[in-house]
Design a protein around this ligand. Structure first.
Ligand code: AMP
Length: 190
């Protein structure tokens, strides 16, 4: 099973990714988590991306694409994966297409979590208080929303055209949204 999960900042992609990946027995691969771990461990990559992340910008495609291409060669990804937070740009969609074409693989479904932006901004501000994430202040949140709308939201149309998009209402209790996702995937994949 090869899945993507997409949606605006704060919609709960990361939380749902972990549950859905466990449900299908594949690893949840989050580029955000990979970058955060590198920032925390002060690696070269971490030093390169920390400011971009703190401002809510996107890490350059060359960097992100190389990390994902490498991660997908790990043993645990041989039978499938769920990518959380990747692809986010048209260049990343193309890079992922190339990686998959090289191995004769395809994406089974793209989960699109849908929610109202105002609700998400409120959620992110609350998460900033609770977790103290460097990229969860009011300016950064606004920046992340604008970048998402400009660069990432249009990618959903690409996957809709390919017939793999599964849209799910992202507002609700974690279990409710998880149940919506699995039933939508069951309906899609049979
Ligand atoms: P996330 O946890 O998915 O919200 O990602 C946190 C931050 O990591 C983002 O705001 C970006 O700065 C960076 N990031 C994560 N995934 C990507 C990606 N696919 N392309 C570029 N930057 C990314």
């Amino acid at each position: 099973m090869r899945l993507l999960i997409m949606g605006p900042p704060g919609v709960g992609k990361g939380t749902q990714a972990v549950g859905i990946a466990a449900h299908y027995g594949v690893p949840a691969i989050s580029t955000g988590d990979i970058f955060r771990a590198n920032v925390k461990n002060q690696t070269e990559l971490g030093k390169e991306v920390s400011r971009i992340m703190a401002e809510g910008g996107y890490v350059p495609d060359e960097v992100t694409n190389a990390i994902v291409a490498d991660r997908l060669t790990h043993d645990d990804a041989a039978a499938g994966w769920l990518l959380d937070g990747y692809p986010r740009t048209a260049g990343q969609v193309a890079a992922l297409d190339d990686v998959l074409a090289a191995t004769g693989q395809g994406i089974d479904a793209v989960i699109s979590l849908v929610a109202d932006t105002e609700i998400l901004v409120a959620r992110l501000l609350k998460r900033a208080e609770l977790e103290g994430r460097a990229d969860d202040n009011a300016d950064t949140i606004r920046n992340r929303m604008v970048i998402y709308t400009d660069a990432t939201d249009p990618l959903l149309a690409t996957y809709r055209d390919r017939g793999v998009l599964v849209e799910v209402d992202g507002i609700g209790a974690i279990d409710e949204v998880a149940a919506r996702i699995t039933s939508a995937l069951d309906a899609k994949l049979g």
